[in-house]
Ligand binder design. Structure first.
Ligand code: ADP
Ligand code: MG
Length: 474
């Protein structure tokens, strides 16, 4: 891939000056996070980590990622309504993975009772890397699609301005003018506002379901403020608050702390550590309610790694999106090789292949949030240990994507300024709203570029590995 900043990247004095400007610009623009030391208050904050320079992204792949986003929205929405598919696909997983099993139990319970919810809101982010082929050409490969709590749509709305300034300081005024505007926070708020409106009660609120520790609160505030701008009231509650203050009326309207809730926007609830017994009860209460959940539990299940693997089987996309061959082709063109490790001949064969050649693959459990996947020697050891046990079924296997690294500086509070070999991951936000069977909104809502040093195999921004970036199209 092109390296547009080759001339400045090694100029130590210019880089130091630009980095100082960049950090102040990030603070001014609101690219902020609470600190690890004081995660519960905003008295002391710092900038969220970001790259000094925007990273090169091939224009054709960037456009391809945008062009397929509405298709992915349709696909996720279709999966969420297909009980048979979810049941069949997750049958083996829920035997061995307690977390997925618990989500699935709630899903079945809610279906049995009958859905009170009639308006559906999806906010997802489809993530990609640029796989470098032997001939040097790059291909767009989906890493995963996040259907719950996809973050950084707020902070990333502000990084392009910072990078524009940095490029000017470095004498790249013409290049600075090419950085694209980007405002996912606005797009996400548009979807939430539409769902709120269709719910149909002026006095009802939007509830952000948030974590106990809220270091990334400013990212969420960006979306919140967009809603306040539209005169929609927003409250922030934890599962624990819902457990203590939540109730349903006879029409299964949701009330929390005396306020009717039109939309529940989850920024929590995607990993087992988010739940104790009370939190599971709160989750069930929310799912049973008439409120629009973003996502509802079916859509969360649609985002599991097991579903992703099943989608890559020949014929599956065609069944889920009948009469949409073009969407199916666009979606399939982004898939990397994905393999089941279920018990049986196919799983045996793939386990043996990965043990023999671990660097070709990534081993993924049914988890979100970064830092869970296994690579290389560790992958080999774990697979060797579990290859003859049912535990194998809780993982999937994926071809490892190998992007071309580029030099950049990762700006992090209290870290020395040093050049790193980096790779990037592009995310496209998708938003859709369905009322009954009618899709009333289906859009791509902006992008997120995250970049990390190549020595880290895994991990996102919140995990402290990747940093925020801006694409520079080449
Ligand atoms: P999570 O749900 O934890 O975010 P991901 O599937 O996104 O799980 O994987 C986490 C990180 O691991 C990604 O951000 C990426 O850096 C790396 N990764 C995941 N899949 C692959 C792959 N197939 N090839 C190379 N790196 C990968
Ligand atoms: Mg991810």
């Amino acid at each position: 891939m092109a390296a547009p900043w080759r001339d400045v990247v090694r100029d130590a004095a210019a880089v130091r000056e630009a980095a100082a400007v960049a950090v102040d610009a990030a603070l001014l623009a609101g690219v902020l996070m609470r600190t690890g030391e004081q995660p519960h208050a905003s008295d002391v904050v710092n900038y969220a980590p970001f790259t000094l320079l925007p990273s090169a992204v091939p224009r054709a792949l960037f456009e391809q990622a945008y062009a397929v986003q509405q298709d992915f929205n349709l696909l996720v929405d279709a999966i969420s309504q297909n009980k048979e598919f979810l049941e069949q696909t997750l049958a083996s997983t829920i035997k061995v993975d307690d977390f997925t099993a618990q989500l699935f139990r709630i899903y079945m319970q809610v279906l049995e009772e009958g859905l009170a919810q009639t308006v559906f809101l999806g906010i997802n982010r489809s993530d990609y890397m640029f796989d470098c082929g032997l001939d040097g050409t790059a291909a767009l490969r989906q890493i995963e699609i996040n259907t719950i709590a996809a973050s950084f749509g707020g902070l990333t709305s502000r990084t392009a301005d910072v990078h524009r300034l940095v490029l000017k300081v470095l004498g790249k005024t013409e290049e600075a003018s090419h950085l694209l505007p980007n405002n996912p926070a606005k797009g996400l708020a548009l979807g939430i506002a539409k769902a709120w409106e269709l719910y149909g009660s002026q006095r009802a609120v939007v509830m952000f379901l948030v974590e106990e520790i809220q270091r990334n609160i400013f990212d969420q505030r960006c979306v919140e403020n967009e809603l306040w701008n539209r005169n929609i009231r927003v409250i922030r509650k934890r599962f624990r608050d819902v457990f203590e203050q939540g109730s349903l009326d006879a029409g299964r309207r949701l009330y929390v702390d005396g306020q009717e809730v039109a939309v529940v926007y989850y920024r929590e609830g995607y990993v087992p550590q988010n739940y104790d017994q009370q939190n599971w009860e709160a989750r069930l209460l929310l799912e049973r309610s008439r409120a629009v959940k973003c996502p509802d539990i079916a859509t969360q299940l649609a985002g599991t790694k097991k579903v992703q693997q099943e989608l890559s089987r020949p014929g599956t996309l065609e069944k889920l999106l009948p009469s949409r061959p073009e969407a199916v082709a666009r979606i399939r063109a982004t898939f990397a090789g994905l393999y089941s490790l279920d018990e049986g001949e196919e799983g045996d064969r793939m386990a043996a292949t990965a043990i023999a050649d671990p660097d070709r693959f990534v081993l993924k459990p049914q988890r979100e949030g970064g830092g869970n996947n296994l690579y290389g020697e560790e992958l080999r050891q774990v697979l060797e240990k579990i290859k003859d046990s049912p535990e194998r079924t809780s993982y999937i296997l994926m071809d490892k994507i190998k992007p071309q690294p580029a030099l950049n500086y990762l700006l992090r509070a209290h870290s020395p300024l040093q050049v790193s070999e980096c790779i990037s991951e592009l995310g496209i936000f998708g938003v859709y709203v369905r009322q009954g069977q009618e899709l009333v909104l289906n859009q791509a809502a902006g992008h997120l570029l995250r970049t990390k040093a190549i020595e880290h195999a895994d991990g996102g921004v919140a995990a402290g590995v990747a940093v925020l970036d801006t694409p520079y199209l080449v």
